[in-house]
Ligand binder design. Structure first.
Ligand SMILES: [Zn+2]
Length: 69
């Protein structure tokens, strides 16, 4: 079941990490502002060996949205 592009996650407005909608604080950066309006998803397993992580300026393993509105 897929509704829009949210998948039960929301995106942190600061670092774009995708977190469970029940979370109140971003586990990555501590930000409390989230958006349901995101699209595209990348999963980073190893920050040090991922070119994508470098390009997207991601410092920690996790799921991230490509675009957040
Ligand atoms: Zn964050």
């Amino acid at each position: 079941m897929v509704r829009k592009a949210s998948y039960g996650f929301k995106a942190c407005l600061n670092c774009k990490m995708l977190v469970d909608k029940r979370e109140k604080v971003c586990p990555n950066c501590g930000n409390k502002d989230f958006s349901d309006e995101w699209s595209g998803m990348v999963i980073i397993f190893n920050v040090k060996e991922s070119n994508l992580a470098t390009v997207l300026n991601i410092k920690k393993e996790g799921m991230y949205a490509i675009k957040v509105r």
